[in-house]
Design a protein around this ligand. Structure first.
Ligand SMILES: Cc1cc2nc3c(=O)[nH]c(=O)nc-3n(C[C@H](O)[C@H](O)[C@H](O)COP(=O)(O)OP(=O)(O)OC[C@H]3O[C@@H](n4cnc5c(N)ncnc54)[C@H](O)[C@@H]3O)c2cc1C
Length: 453
């Protein structure tokens, strides 16, 4: 008797959920159908939408509602609070599934190798993001004593970090931030936030909308030095080739020529300043040294040998995320990704049978949520081609009940999709008395309990 194609997806962020969607929409979903189990190490799904996207971006967080449609389908199950490989290994997954897709994303900060990065007061953006987004596995408090703060990097994460540091706690109280984060932000002393990029306005990686949004807060004065507006031939070509880059440059130009207003928190966007050292005294950050750079004609920059010391008491490195290596899978140290061809995991030049990757663990930590969709489609197309060609391994125990019994026997307190609805309702109920859409639960135990795990 033919049975459904059984697929495990490890990591229930957008890439994993879009992969499930692509499988459901494929021809393979017709008789005998597909059956998909998502394994997620957090008690709740949605990856960086829940634990990365800034709380004052409710519209982006709202993508979760669209993703509900996929997880609502009877062919899809969620096993939350299940960690690969501690709770289920690759061999064990292979015993239950025809194919395994890894979509474990990225959680940590990429290193920035300059002297002083280990000083007290020097932080990775990912840690701060996890804190303000209520991630259960990070400390509940965050030191926010610095009056002047540096943020290194010119991508959207740098903007998120700078904006959260520059807004007032009460401005953020309309969002889903948990009580410990609101308390922490109330103690924030930051009056000046300085964002540094080593290249120019044409090379900034901001999205135009995210950049313009900085100016919407009644408490934030965005300041750009007119001397930082500079373009060479490479920059002009880059602006011509990329509409978004052009819009970003135009916004920065407008800000550079306007008068400075009197909003209480100043947010400076500096260009052509390359961070070379975090300065310290008694083990703590007391400044940042940058080297002035200049364009070399191609859009790249070179150092000028002119240095500036900035009076800041904390430094946030927003220079990119990094994925965790996955045990039993090949790993490309340079890119921090699992090597693949069309989503097929490649080890020693050959496809590791029945094993696939998608999302940031495949492409590296760049791109928006929407970009993971096309990526998932490509991976699923490879998987289905292998299925059609009879190249998938045959699992020993494909019955859907077998994996549940396995997790129960291993005493894994897993959450389910029904559990997410309960957690969702509990968080909404917490927010209701304050007229807020939700207030996030932070403690893993509270999340598990609310989910009925
Ligand atoms: C700070 C920040 C802000 C962002 N803001 C925006 C924005 O405003 N708009 C936008 O479009 N994009 C934004 N992005 C980008 C967006 O979050 C990513 O494009 C997207 O989340 C990548 O999806 P993914 O599924 O590959 O990875 P992730 O979202 O990281 O999902 C991976 C999932 O796998 C799980 N996992 C990891 N390891 C394991 C394991 N060993 N076992 C089981 N499960 C595991 C994780 O818990 C996670 O749930 C932002 C990113 C960051 C970092």
């Amino acid at each position: 008797m033919p049975r459904p194609l059984r697929v495990a997806i490890v990591g229930a962020g957008p890439a994993g959920i879009y992969a499930a969607d692509a499988l459901l929409k494929s021809e393979a979903a017709a008789e005998p159908g597909v059956s998909i189990d998502l394994f997620e190490r957090m008690p709740a799904p949605f990856g960086l939408i829940r634990y990365g996207v800034a709380p004052d971006h409710p519209r982006i967080k709202g993508i979760i509602t669209a993703l509900h449609q996929v997880l609502d389908k009877p062919q899809v199950r969620l096993f939350g609070n299940v960690d690969y490989p501690n709770d289920i290994s690759l061999d064990e997954l292979r015993a239950f599934y025809d194919a395994v897709i890894f979509s474990t994303g990225a959680t940590a900060d990429r290193e920035l190798r300059i002297p002083g990065v280990d000083l007290e007061g020097s932080y990775g953006a990912a840690d701060f993001v996890s804190w303000y987004d209520g991630h259960p596995d990070v400390p509940r408090t965050w030191p926010l004593e610095a009056e002047k703060v540096a943020v290194l990097g010119v991508g959207n994460v740098a903007l998120d970090v700078a904006r959260i540091l520059a807004k007032t706690a009460d401005e953020l109280l309309t969002t889903e931030i948990p009580p410990n984060v609101h308390e922490g932000l109330k103690a924030n002393k930051a009056l000046e936030v300085h964002v540094f990029g080593r290249r120019g306005p044409a090379q900034a990686k901001f999205s135009p909308m995210e950049l313009r949004e900085l100016d919407h807060s009644p408490n934030i004065e965005v300041i750009v030095d007119p001397q930082d507006i500079d373009y060479d031939e490479g920059s002009i070509a880059a602006r011509r080739a990329n509409k978004q880059a052009d819009m970003v440059a135009k916004t920065l130009e407008n800000w550079a020529i306007r008068d400075t207003g009197d909003r209480p928190h100043k947010l400076f966007l500096h260009f052509f300043e390359s961070p070379v050292e975090v300065l310290g005294e008694d083990g703590k950050v007391v400044g940042l040294r940058t080297e002035r750079t200049e364009l070399d004609g191609t859009g790249n920059v070179k150092g000028t040998g002119r240095f500036t010391d900035w009076d800041v008491q904390s430094v946030y490195r927003a220079v990119g995320y990094l994925s965790d290596e996955l045990p039993k899978l090949p790993w490309d140290v340079e890119s921090g990704t699992v090597p693949d061809e069309g989503g097929r995991v490649i080890e020693a030049g050959a496809h590791l049978p029945s094993t696939y990757v998608t999302g940031w663990i495949r492409r590296g930590p760049i791109g928006l949520i929407g970009h993971t969709k096309g990526d998932a489609n490509e991976t699923v197309a490879s998987l289905l081609a292998d299925h059609a060609a009879g190249r998938l391994l045959t699992p020993a125990s494909p019955a859907p009940e077998a994996v549940e019994a396995f997790l129960a026997e291993r005493r894994v307190r897993f959450t389910t999709w029904e559990g997410w609805y309960k957690l969702d309702a509990a968080e909404k109920a917490l927010g209701e008395p304050q007229g807020r859409e939700r207030v996030k639960l932070v403690e893993r135990e509270d999340m598990l309990e609310a989910s009925g795990a």
